[in-house]
Design a protein around this ligand. Structure first.
Ligand SMILES: *[C@@H]1O[C@H](CO)[C@@H](O)[C@H](O)[C@H]1NC(C)=O
Ligand SMILES: *[C@@H]1O[C@H](CO)[C@@H](O)[C@H](O)[C@H]1NC(C)=O
Ligand SMILES: *[C@@H]1O[C@H](CO)[C@@H](O)[C@H](O)[C@H]1NC(C)=O
Ligand SMILES: *[C@@H]1O[C@H](CO)[C@@H](O)[C@H](O)[C@H]1NC(C)=O
Ligand SMILES: *[C@@H]1O[C@H](CO)[C@@H](O)[C@H](O)[C@H]1NC(C)=O
Length: 378
């Protein structure tokens, strides 16, 4: 098993690895960044120290995404999935069913296996649930472990039961908030579309929900005049004009890619391309490195991970609709992270263009790792 470079290599080589003197191809960079990420992994909690609950899901997704393209890290990834699967629910900040209608919802679970307990992964923040569903789908893609897919289905059932009426559809941020935000609904779209491609017996069900969400999302005006997606809706269900966060320009891309695969429609990828290009225009600097407006020092605790989510999903779009602009962005982000945003311990920061500034923790590491992984497949 491969846990850290330190365990694998003699001390002298470890130092070289950190200074970048070992092989400096995209795959070696990502492997190195994974080793450093795993220094924050606590195998007694199944989560990453310094990263919160939902951020843990995104750390795990990065681990899975690297394992999907690099077989040398599969053992590490499998160890993480198994450990997180058994340990992490104990650290869930608010476990349990999210609405009072649990018994009525049971039929919605359909074939989802009774052996998995999705409630243990729900934390009364619907967006957090969506991240974990995507993380378990990513783990399923690497391992084909059925219980991971069952868990994602169980989580989706809880989200689907939360489909609301407040703005004629969609889901709220959480059961007690009236805020209807973009990320929660993008995650709903993406989870449904991913499941449509992985659960043949319920494909039509998941396609329907993904389409329903996308129709509603477009009609609701989350997408602003210049094609970027704002944070959410006002009480009157109009676009609130709030921050154009990078992750909100990302999750929708992966959702549309998966939906187009499950139920092709010649509007899905063009819609994704418009959002991706508007996002790059708004968020990239002149070197095509992506930034969030909170940099360098106001991104904690949650926005430190946003940019990696954008790049992860931009890569998904690139894989089905290659565009030189996406390639330039992905390569430039990865190169800048590696050469300008890395300390002498191999830790990666939040300002990808450098210089190192602001927080460094498991969330900045996993976010940067997302970009290094995307660069492998370009
Ligand atoms: C957790 O990690 C420690 C230190 O690497 C190791 O000794 C221990 O065996 C691990 N525990 C489990 C359950 O894998
Ligand atoms: C499922 O998880 C929830 C939340 O942690 C817990 O209350 C419930 O007892 C669990 N159910 C089973 C069957 O383990
Ligand atoms: C394709 O998607 C668009 C936008 O969501 C929708 O209006 C249209 O009805 C869809 N076309 C088909 C043939 O399903
Ligand atoms: C697009 O609109 C958003 C506000 O919704 C704004 O923050 C952003 O700067 C605009 N992008 C460009 C390229 O003007
Ligand atoms: C960060 O996310 C957690 C949910 O995982 C939430 O409880 C917390 O309020 C968020 N913090 C901010 C500043 O948004």
């Amino acid at each position: 098993m491969r846990f850290t470079l330190g365990r694998l290599l003699p001390p002298a080589l470890t130092v070289l690895a950190v200074s970048g003197a070992v092989a400096d191809d995209a795959q070696s960079r990502a492997e190195n960044a994974l080793d450093v990420l795993q220094e924050w992994y606590d195998n007694s909690t199944g989560l990453w120290d310094t990263a919160g609950w939902w951020n843990g899901a995104n750390c795990m997704t990065a681990v899975a995404d690297l394992a999907a393209v690099d077989s040398s890290v599969r053992d590490t990834a499998s160890y993480v999935f198994q450990t997180t699967y058994s340990k992490a629910p104990a650290s869930n900040p608010h476990p349990g069913p999210e609405t009072k209608t649990t018994s009525k919802r049971r039929h919605l679970l359909g074939r989802a296996s009774p052996a998995v307990n999705a409630s243990a992964w729900l934390d009364s923040a619907y967006d957090d649930d969506g991240w974990w569903a995507l993380a378990w789908i990513a783990a399923y893609d690497v391992t084909h472990e059925q219980s991971y897919l069952d868990l994602a289905e169980g989580i989706f059932a809880a989200l689907q039961a939360a489909w609301g009426t407040q703005c004629g559809g969609g889901i709220q941020w959480n059961p007690t908030s009236t805020y209807v935000n973009a990320i929660t609904n993008e995650l709903f779209l993406s989870v449904a579309a991913h499941l449509a491609n992985r659960v043949p017996s319920r494909k039509a069900f998941y396609v329907d929900w993904a389409q329903k969400e996308w129709e509603w999302f477009q009609a609701q005006g989350f997408i602003g005049e210049n094609g970027t997606i704002n944070d959410g809706l006002l009480d009157n269900c109009q676009n609130n004009g709030d921050t154009v966060w990078s992750y909100n320009q990302g999750v929708v891309l992966g959702g549309l890619v998966e939906l187009n695969k499950a139920a092709p429609n010649d509007t899905y990828l063009p819609s994704a391309e418009r959002i991706a290009k508007a996002a790059i225009e708004t968020l990239a600097d002149s070197d095509k490195v992506i930034h969030d407006s909170c940099e360098p020092s106001n991104c904690e605790p949650n926005a430190t991970q946003f940019k990696g989510i954008f790049i992860r999903n931009l890569q998904m779009l690139y894989s089905v609709a290659p565009d030189d602009l996406y390639k330039q962005v992905i390569i430039s982000c990865a190169d800048h992270i590696w050469t300008k945003d890395r300390n002498n311990q191999g830790q990666l920061g939040v300002v990808w263009s450098g210089p190192l500034n602001g927080p460094i923790d498991a969330t900045t590491q996993s976010s940067a790792l997302d970009a290094l992984i995307a660069a492998i497949t370009i």
